[in-house]
Design a protein around this ligand. Structure first.
Ligand code: PLP
Length: 452
């Protein structure tokens, strides 16, 4: 069998029977991971990597956190599984703890939780709640977004992962704010904010406000570039939704539970959505879990009419137990304060310094422990280091840069022409500095591609 990617042919490997996500199966060459601890994991050859991707940006408390592992073990010994139609103490406890930390506090009204198995099905159910509550079908979602790999979630996704999978005819897309590559010709965040809100208002008007159930937004856009919204944008979206009885759905799957230094990223701007979708960081992904935080007035629509949705494993006790443990760890160890302070003082400061020294860095942007380095060939025109949807040959420079980082024992999260950095929230200052040193050195590789 042809082995185009080098290394052992698939049929001869131990993982020959595993079918991998998002991949041409003959080209996958996964690292076989033997173990992990804290911010580090290692392969079966003993090679160690500092996890600057927190796996898929879910491992907020790091590998093998004893409190989380202990919670899973204790719950397995107590009650390993129970159907969602029964009340269960650990599920009830996690729902209460999440509601107590919901955007807007007790006045925000987000006081119910529907648990799911992960992020995509949480998005599905949030949209279903919005559609049933409003009696409207359309959902507006942003280009440059990812919402998950199921029917409506992937249809709402504003990147190429949608193209082969689009099934929901009710979704329409719009442009969110992105000053560095503005769709509106803006050059400042304030201009971009005003233009993006004007554009969204126009889309709402032209689609017909009375046909729109929800505006679905990643609070900080994750895989599509770590796009931090300019001040005023989310408040503007909230206002537009209120004017037309549209529900504001915040997708916080990647950025909730401390990733950007708040329980929920919307807290950074003091905005209260009607529905908040979460997963990943809620329990660091030790057991799959997601959910939707629901405003009381939306939940009330289902007080006497059944909600038409459910999942066998909704609020699985083995998933809720590390969720409860995780919230206690956050509180006991001051994780949110740590992320706010080190995110700016170490990650932000060092990355801005790199941007000033490496001509290949067009921009660095981020918040808390979630950052992107945008690599360019030409800082003047902002031409990407590799094109959007490039061929394997065109993408070679990014592969080279990424290899330089992994060869230095750091595991980044590369996307198109960007390196995303998202270490576990417990990473020591020493390890953060070490990882950044490796990234800094690897940027020399990207600099070689910059045009004179
Ligand atoms: N929403 C966002 C913002 C995400 O980043 C992701 C996953 O990366 C999802 C939804 C889908 O979550 P899951 O993969 O758990 O279904």
């Amino acid at each position: 069998m042809a082995d185009t990617a080098g290394g052992t042919a698939r049929s001869e490997r131990d993982d020959a029977h595993v079918f991998y996500s998002w991949s041409a199966q003959e080209l996958v060459r996964p690292v076989t991971v033997a173990g992990g601890e804290g911010a580090w994991f290692w392969d079966t050859d003993g090679r160690r990597y500092l996890d600057f991707a927190s796996q898929l940006i879910n491992l907020n408390l790091g590998h093998q956190h004893p409190a989380l592992v202990g919670a899973v073990q204790a719950q397995a010994g107590r009650l390993a599984t129970i159907a969602p139609s029964f009340a269960n103490p650990v599920r009830s406890e996690l729902a209460r703890l999440i509601v107590e930390r919901a955007p807007g506090g007790a006045d925000g009204g987000l006081n119910r939780v529907f648990f799911t198995n992960g992020g995509a099905d949480a998005v599905e159910n949030a949209v279903r709640l919005a559609r049933r509550h409003t009696g409207r079908q359309k959902v507006l979602a942003a280009y440059r977004s990812y919402h998950g790999n199921t029917g409506t979630a992937v249809s709402a996704t504003g990147d190429p992962r949608r193209w082969p999978n689009e099934v929901d005819p009710g979704v329409r897309h719009f442009f969110g704010p992105f000053t560095y590559r503005s769709s509106f010709g803006a050059t400042t965040d304030a201009q971009e904010c005003a233009a993006a809100l004007r554009h969204l208002r126009e889309v709402v008007e032209l689609e017909g406000p009375a046909t729109i159930a929800a505006i679905l937004l990643e609070t900080v856009v994750g895989t599509n570039g770590v796009l931090v919204p300019p001040d005023g944008y989310l408040a503007g979206v909230r206002e537009l939704c209120d004017e037309h009885g549209i529900l504001f759905v915040a997708d916080e799957v990647m950025v909730g539970f401390g990733r950007v230094g708040e329980w929920f990223a919307v807290d950074h701007w003091g905005v209260v959505p009607d529905l908040v979708v979460f997963a990943k960081g809620v329990n660091s992904g030790y057991v799959p879990l997601g959910g939707v935080l629901i405003a009381e007035r939306v939940a009330a629509s289902f007080d006497h009419a059944a909600f038409p949705g459910g999942l066998t494993y909704s609020g699985h006790p083995l998933a809720c137990a590390p969720g409860v443990a995780s919230i206690h760890v956050f509180e006991e160890q001051g994780i949110l304060d740590r992320v706010r302070s080190l995110g700016e003082r170490v990650l932000g400061a060092r990355l801005r310094d790199m941007a000033s020294r490496h001509p290949s860095v067009g921009e660095v942007r981020g918040l808390g422990f979630l950052w992107a380095i945008e690599l360019v060939r030409d800082p003047a025109t902002r031409e990407r280091l590799v094109p959007f949807q490039g061929t394997a040959e065109q993408n070679a420079p990014m592969v080279e840069v990424t290899r330089a980082v992994t060869a230095g024992g750091v595991w980044p999260f590369p996307q198109v022409n960007r390196l995303h950095l998202a270490p576990p929230l417990i990473t020591s200052v020493e390890d953060l500095e070490h990882g950044l040193d490796v990234v800094d050195a690897a940027l020399d590789v990207a600099d070689r591609y910059v045009v004179e």
